[in-house]
Design a binder for this molecule. Structure first.
Ligand code: UD1
Ligand code: UDP
Length: 368
């Protein structure tokens, strides 16, 4: 089997880290990097420290409008599909690189395989929601991280034969990296952070960064925390802080640092008392590492983490953020929500069992 894997943004490098090892055991993988993320700390650091193979293709699409960035991915990926003739094109998550690959693959004879399928925020203002829905509905093989995600896909009329619940590849990645991070990362010493006594925060969603009221409400609430707050700052957020002339003001109250590599991030998340984030992946990783999460959004795709008490939706509300920062951690056992850490091998097993079923049109939505 020959698989073209497409990555482009930071969370996809982490997911690829989990899958590439299982895939390359017995199969040929061609790796394509769209170049959506390109700064060394947003891209190269993940390849270097996680041993992800050097991409075979680098499109260099860079930053642009949604339409142009996605279109550049479509054009470049189509060319690579024509040259490589893969059996399957594997895409992760919900970025513009994901959608670009989905469009190119769905118009080729290769199967489109979507990892992290069936997630929904039901907020169409998020570009990621549009990317997810379109990718799921174009895909031939849907790998869902949870039963809930599979039910969502079934509810949208996607055929059972395409849907496989395999667990979450980011759980695989955390299991592979946690101990290594404890041994190898020096970030706690470097930043003089006492384990269990600091808050980790990340903010990068346009809804939070591009609305000055929301951005300042979140950062002010974090600055009021009793514990030290360390914030690896995404380039989008860095730009907004500079545009607003607020960077030095917040740097006096928060530990603003450049984005960190995965091992350092896992170490920080593992040792933090709390994490406050609008990231999708970080919500799950917090759950895996037993770190209580405050989600700086009104809704989440990872609803199970909220239902079991390990995640609280606090939006950009200073009072809810303050309450969450001091609330006790849930006690008792945690449910197993996202598989057993073998999602990558399950994905490869399913793909090996191919050929995938003939395309079946989704069943029509029926009257209740
Ligand atoms: C993208 C994804 C988002 C994901 C996030 C992970 C989409 C629509 N969004 O958002 O789902 O959560 O990646 O981090 O695909 N920039 C740099 N250097 C880089 C990359 C970006 O300076 O290496 C700056 C540019 O100014 C760019 C901005 O960050 O315009 C946003 O980057 P972009 O990839 O468009 O979106 P993200 O916010 O990173
Ligand atoms: N991450 C990292 N360094 C950072 C911030 C995040 O390595 O400074 C990792 C994090 O562990 C997770 C992934 O990047 O695996 C999440 O990326 P991000 O929050 O940018 O995207 P999202 O998951 O929201 O799409």
């Amino acid at each position: 089997m020959k698989v073209l894997s497409v990555v482009g943004a930071r969370p996809q490098f982490v997911k690829e880290f989990a899958v590439t090892r299982a895939l390359r055991d017995d199969h040929e993988e061609v790796l394509l990097h769209t170049g959506q993320h390109y700064d060394a700390e947003m891209s190269a650091v993940f390849f270097d420290e996680l041993g992800i193979p050097e991409p075979d293709y680098q499109l260099g699409v860079g930053s642009d409008t949604h339409g142009r960035q996605t279109a550049d991915c479509v054009v470049g990926i189509e060319e690579v599909i024509e040259a490589e003739e893969p059996d399957a094109v594997l895409v992760y998550g919900d970025t513009n690189s994901t959608l670009g690959a989905a469009i190119a693959a769905s118009k080729s004879s290769a199967d489109l395989v979507h990892v992290e399928s069936g997630l929904r925020s039901y907020n169409r203002e998020m570009p990621e929601e549009v990317n997810r829905v379109l990718t799921d509905h174009a895909a031939d093989v849907l790998f869902a991280p949870s039963e809930r995600a599979a039910e969502t896909l079934q509810g949208e009329g996607l055929p059972d034969e395409r849907i496989h619940v395999v667990g979450d590849v980011q759980y695989d990645a955390i299991l592979a990296a946690r101990e290594h991070a404890r041994d190898a990362s020096t970030i706690l010493d470097d930043l003089a952070l006492p384990p269990g006594e600091f808050v980790l925060a990340t903010v990068h969603r346009p809804r939070n960064t591009d609305d000055p009221d929301r951005l300042t409400a979140i950062l002010d609430a974090l600055a009021d925390a009793e514990r030290e707050v360390v914030v690896p700052v995404h380039p989008r957020t860095e730009q907004r802080l500079q545009d607003l002339g607020l960077r030095s003001e917040y740097a006096a109250e928060l530990r603003l640092v450049d984005p960190v590599g995965y091992l350092d991030f896992v170490r920080l998340l593992d040792a933090a008392a709390r994490v406050a984030t609008d990231s999708g992946g970080v919500q799950k990783e917090a759950f895996f590492l037993d770190t209580f999460c405050l989600t700086l959004r009104e809704e989440t795709e990872w609803v199970e983490t909220v239902e079991c008490g390990w995640n609280a939706l606090v939006d950009a509300d200073p009072d809810r953020i303050a309450t969450g920062l001091t609330a006790p951690k849930p006690d008792g056992s945690k449910p197993s929500l996202y598989g057993d850490g073998t999602a990558a091998t399950r994905i490869v097993d399913v793909l090996e069992d191919g050929p995938t079923p003939e395309r079946v049109e989704p069943s029509p939505i029926r009257d209740q």
